[in-house]
Each structure stands twice: as C-alpha cells, then as structure tokens.
Design a binder for this molecule. Structure first.
Ligand SMILES: C[S@@+](CC[C@H](N)C(=O)[O-])C[C@H]1O[C@@H](n2cnc3c(N)ncnc32)[C@H](O)[C@@H]1O
Length: 390
C-alpha cells in the first residue's frame, strides 16, 4: 500500500484540490467525527470539512441549501453550524430519523436529565442484578408484542431483552424518545452477534467463539447490550451539548421520501450532496437492526443504486434514469445559476449525462484524496467533486 507521503507527493502533480485532501495529521479522526457527526455509525458519509469548505466558498449565512440524499445528515449539520437554512431528503426512515435527531434543537439540560433517567430506570428495575452470565435472564419488563425472527437470530437472548427494555423506557420520555432510540440503535449495532472484524457486512450471525482477525486472539460474540447502552448514553449527552453550543438558530427540514418526486415548496440557493453509486451499499440493509427494533417502514425497493440491485447494464441504465429524475426535480427548486456540489466516485463516467440531461451545466471537476477509509474500501481512494450550475 502506498505511504501517505508518496500519495501526497503525487497529488501535487495531479488534478487534485489540495484544500480538500487532508492528511491524518491535518484532519484527525476526532475532527472528522466531531459532536453529533458521531452520534451513530453510517457507512457512506462524506467528511463534514468538505461541506464546510464549500459553504464558505459559495454561500453566505442565510442561504437555503438542499441535500436530496441527506444520509446521516452531514450537510444539514454543517449548514446549521455555518448559519444556513437546509432541507434534506432521504428514502431510508432510519436515516431521516438520524438526520432529525442530529439537527433538532435541544434543551441540553432536559436531554441530559432524560438520558440519565433512562439509564437509572434500566438499572433500578433490578434487571442488571438478575443478569448473571451463563444464566438465562428472567425478563419482566420487555413489552409484549411481536419480536421478529430476524432479531431473535441476530441477538443473544439476554442482549435482545435488554434492548427491548431500553426501547420501552425510551417511550416514557417523549421529549427525548428519538434521541434515546438513536442510542438504542447504536447499542444494538455494537451488540449484534457479529465478529469484531466484520461490523459493516456480516453475512450470518456469529454464535460461538471465533479467531478474531482484528484482535489476533479468540473472541466471543457479545451477550449483553447494557455496557453499550451506558457508554453511548453518556457519549450522546456530551455530543449534543457540544453541538448546541455551536449551532446557529436556523431551520432544518428533513423529509422522509423519494427525491425523484418530492415537492419542496421552497427555492434553494444551492445544493450539496453525495449520491449513492450503483452496486456499492445497501443503505436500508446496513441499519436493519434499527428497522426491526423500531418498526420503521422499509422503502428499499425505491433505493437508487442499492448494492443488491447489482451493476448489470440494465441496473446502471436504471440508475442513470433515476438520477436524472432526482437532479431534474432538485433543479426545478433551485434559483437559476445557483451552485450544486456533487461528491461522487464516478468510475463509470455517468455524471456528464445525468447532469446535462437534468439541466445542469458542469463548471468544474476536482479530485480529492480520501484519507483512511474504513470498511471494505481500505487503502488509496479518490473522490470526485463535480461543480455545476442550475
Ligand atoms: C451516499 S449516501 C449520502 C451520505 C451523506 N452525504 C452523509 O454524509 O451521510 C446516499 C443516500 O441516498 C439515499 N437514497 C437512495 N435512494 C434514494 C431516493 N430515491 N430518494 C432519497 N434518498 C435516497 C440513501 O438512503 C443514502 O442515505
């Protein structure tokens, strides 16, 4: 694998925007995941600093920005700390929930009180005391009702009971239910029956001990959720407070819907987005645990470019047509001549056609080196930034 110094020496000669290619030292992980950006893992987000640079280059406070593929809400969060009003759409109910939770205006004292109360209720009901390893827990607080086969398959019995108890406690704090549900989902993700080295794309539940490639030893799948619930509750309180100190009093609107057809009723001064790309990621499936636990509606058949749809000629053709619809619809709501920033690794060269046929004029194409990708795209990786005018 190329060393970072070699990569950066080559960047200087290539068509790469140095202001957008940060080394680990320039932009350490804690900055890339600052405040609410790390409320919940999400595979496929762009770094907030990218949005920040473009907001400063092209817009002023008070502008209205659209992200038709809002994902985990990176654009929306950055707009709110910059001072722009923003509107985001995402087809995944979980992503829409995450965007809303990240960008909500909180009274940090209420949020802290509710989150700490939820944790205490969890411990106070005696559940923890009953949970002795190697004993089947007696759960009295789990709400009755259906628990899907998927949940039973992917969680240890004790873990699932703890998650269900926490879900019931979250309901008792109406002002903080959504925030608690994000803590619940983050904990569920960590507490699934999966190996430590395959959190992103586990194929089947790991029920017994295994040789762990990440820790070079024998590891056990987790049999509890509480330690995650506790850790993430406290972490969430800290992150929400930090964000509240930085965010400006601007509106953020989140739509759960399909960007091809959504009617915004607002004129935008610009667009910042990173679209899905054919065959890369299943955005619904990556948060399946949250859909199952929270009973969210699943619209995956309308997900553009989902990995499960593949990369056949027909799939790529459908992708191009779907994207034209999204960009046509977005442009109809944009002020004429306003700027669109589209971050994409356009390996198939699809975006000249997509953007020109949806009425945009491409003004610039820049590349940036993406540092330290995690998940399946490790190593050297470049991203393209397309600038276009509506
Ligand atoms: C690359 S991700 C966006 C990531 C985002 N920039 C971030 O930093 O979190 C693409 C998103 O497009 C969403 N998506 C896919 N098809 C969609 C559609 N038809 N309408 C709206 N959103 C869609 C996916 O759910 C996914 O969250």
């Amino acid at each position: 694998m190329a060393r970072q110094a070699d990569i950066y020496a080559r960047l200087a000669e290539a068509d790469i925007d140095p202001d957008l290619s940060w080394s680990e030292r320039d932009l350490p992980e804690r900055e890339r995941t600052k405040h609410v950006h790390r409320l919940h893992p999400y595979l496929g987000k762009f770094v907030p600093q990218l949005v920040e640079v473009f907001l400063h280059r092209h817009w002023d406070e008070g502008s209205v920005i659209l992200d038709p593929f809002a994902g985990s809400g990176t654009t929306l969060v950055e707009c709110s700390t910059f001072g722009c009003r923003s509107v985001g759409t995402d087809l995944s109910a979980f992503n829409a929930l995450l965007c809303r939770v990240k960008t909500a205006v909180y009274n940090p004292f209420v949020a802290e009180k509710d989150l700490r109360a939820a944790l205490s209720e969890f411990t106070a009901n005696g559940l923890r005391a009953q949970l002795v390893l190697d004993e089947t827990p007696t759960i009295t607080l789990a709400p009755s009702g259906e628990v899907s086969d998927w949940l039973v398959e992917w969680f240890d019995e004790r873990t699932l009971s703890e998650l269900l108890v926490f879900r019931a406690i979250a309901e008792k704090h109406p002002e903080s239910t959504d925030l608690l549900n994000i803590v619940l989902s983050r904990s569920a993700r960590s507490a699934r029956l999966v190996t430590h080295f395959d959190l992103d794309f586990p194929k089947k539940p790991q029920t017994g001990p295994y040789h762990c490639r990440k820790h070079s030893r024998t590891c056990q799948p987790t049999r509890e959720a509480y330690k995650f619930l506790q850790r993430y509750t406290l972490d969430t309180i800290k992150r929400v407070k930090e964000y509240e100190r930085l965010r400006k009093p601007v509106d953020v609107t989140v739509h759960h819907g399909d960007s091809r057809v959504i009617e915004y009723g607002v004129e935008f001064n610009g667009l910042i987005t990173s679209p899905p790309y054919p065959g890369r990621i299943d955005y619904h499936e990556q948060h399946r645990y949250a859909f199952e636990l929270l009973g969210l509606s699943d619209l995956r058949t309308d997900e553009i470019g989902a990995a499960e749809k593949g990369t056949s000629k027909a799939a790529v053709h459908t992708y191009v047509e779907d994207m034209k619809e999204v960009f046509r619809n977005s442009r109809m709501h944009m002020r004429k001549g306003s700027v669109a920033v589209i971050v994409i690794d356009d390996q198939r060269g699809l975006y000249d056609e997509i953007l020109s046929e949806s009425g945009f004029t491409i003004t610039e194409r820049r590349k940036r080196h993406v540092n330290r990708r995690t998940g399946r795209r490790q190593g050297e990786f470049f991203e393209e930034i397309i600038l276009a005018r509506a």
